[in-house]
Design a protein around this ligand. Structure first.
Ligand code: UD1
Length: 430
């Protein structure tokens, strides 16, 4: 079982390059199947979720050619079926984006119902409501969602809840529907905009992505394109909080600072200096952080995917902080792990009351999910002594070369695959 072993206490100092956005890439890869022409996608992050998505696409006959670590050619002219396998959807929920993409292109798709996920129950009723509004019949058969239509026709769709997944999935299907679709109460996340820009670069006619109303004129064909994925704002934010929690000085490069505004604002509020440049941000932390309150919200609010990272920073801050999680109901599990390191927090419903401590101490902890796992690594970097983080397969789903990038900033972190190896490392560094 792979683990990270960390000797904490080094301030992170230096420069780090951010990879392409995983969540944008997942939508864009699915959308790439909507043309028969070959599409070149660059700045693809080399992370597990992306590789699983590419496998899911290969399984239905998409030709995937990884021409370099961060570039792939996708050709979907010889798709052999419109049924995505349960194995894929089990590993990665976002393979449900193939539902919207295949439905848009072939007017038929079959994707197993995604199961529960460890950050809370994650319904997809809004995705299905959107497909139905476009004229598809949607049934659940043998554990799979089957969507089909003679013709998809444009419609006026109001999303009851702001949902990234539903916005992207409906947008894809509507891109090849007859006539005009208006989606209201859309998610405004940067990756929604990136998927829309990608579809437009293939000849789609989508306007308003990034606002809460998206207008789409369906087109008959999409064509070849070359497209570079935006930088990952959650990876960037994670390094920004790692700098803050370790009293470091880090230049986070290859970012779009606008996408990081909510994160930067919170970092400044808790006592860090944040300097913005054209495509980088520098975070400097020289003193103990100050507690604050934070509530997760859809973009441009504070992202739920950055909640565990700020939770760890606030665990080391002065005073009491209140963290309210308004998107997913089960995103505080990292606080139980953090308690093993001396963190003090009380969770009541969707609120965590965190009392900052002066120091955390190393312990063996387990990553409960992707972002929570990254947050526990930050805790280990800031803690006194040795921390072992188990279940790092979650972290590897979304962070490219996480340990290597951290080592580049002076962190003492190694990936090991046995307790014995971890012990050897601990002896060596202590
Ligand atoms: C995406 C991101 C995830 C991020 C989340 C919120 C990807 C691959 N994943 O997830 O990292 O944490 O956005 O920013 O991009 N909901 C419904 N019905 C639906 C769909 C969603 O009630 O049909 C609810 C969810 O339970 C949740 C809220 O809407 O409370 C937002 O979820 P959504 O934005 O859809 O998240 P995902 O797209 O799954």
């Amino acid at each position: 079982m792979e683990q990270y072993i960390i000797k904490g206490g080094n301030p992170l100092v230096g420069e780090v390059e951010i990879s392409g956005a995983k969540n944008a890439a997942l939508g864009i890869l699915a959308a790439a199947v909507m043309t028969d022409d070959t599409v070149l996608i660059t700045n693809l992050p080399d992370v597990r979720d992306i590789n699983v998505m590419l496998d899911a696409m290969s399984e239905i006959g998409v030709k995937v050619e990884r021409i370099s670590r961060h570039e792939a050619l996708i050709t979907s002219s010889s798709i052999s079926g419109v049924s995505v396998s349960y194995e894929s959807i089990k590993k990665i929920r976002a393979s449900y984006y193939l539902l919207g993409a295949l439905l848009g292109k072939y007017k038929r798709a079959e994707v197993p119902l995604p199961g529960g996920c460890n950050i809370g129950s994650r319904p997809i009723d809004l995705h299905l409501k959107g497909f139905k509004a476009l004229g598809a019949s949607v049934t659940i058969r043998n554990g799979a969602i089957c969507a089909e239509a003679q013709h998809l026709r444009g419609s006026h769709i109001y999303l009851d809840t702001v949902s990234v997944g539903a916005t992207i999935n409906i947008m894809m299907a509507a891109a090849m529907a007859d006539g005009r679709t208006i989606i209201e109460n859309c998610a405004r996340e940067p990756h929604v905009v990136d998927v829309a820009n990608f579809l437009n670069s293939m000849g789609a006619n989508i306007k308003g992505a990034g606002t809460d109303v998206i207008r789409i004129r369906g087109v008959e064909h999409l064509h070849s394109t070359e497209y570079s994925i935006i930088p990952d704002q959650i990876e960037a934010g994670t390094f920004m909080f790692a700098a803050a929690a370790t009293k470091g000085d880090v230049m986070v490069k290859n970012v779009i600072p606008k996408h990081l505004e909510a994160t930067s604002a919170k970092l400044m509020e808790i006592g860090c200096e944040v300097e913005e440049f054209d495509s980088s941000v520098r975070v400097v932390s020289t003193r103990r952080l100050q507690g604050t309150n934070v509530k997760t919200l859809p973009y441009p609010g504070y992202p739920t995917d950055m909640q565990p990272q700020i939770g760890v920073a606030l665990s080391l801050a002065t005073g009491t902080s209140i963290v309210t999680e308004s998107i997913f109901e089960n995103r505080f599990k990292y606080l139980d792990e953090l308690a093993r390191m001396g963190g003090q927090a009380k969770v009541e419903g969707n609120t965590a009351i965190i009392t900052g401590v002066e120091t955390l101490t190393g312990a063996r902890v387990s990553a409960p999910d992707l972002r929570a796992g990254a947050a526990l690594v930050i805790a280990g970097l800031a803690a006194e002594g040795i921390t072992i983080v188990d279940d790092i397969r979650y972290i590897q789903r979304g962070y490219e070369c996480f340990d290597e990038k951290l080592r580049g900033l002076g962190a003492e972190i190694r990936q090991v695959d046995s307790v014995r190896e971890a012990q050897k490392y601990a002896w060596r560094v202590s």
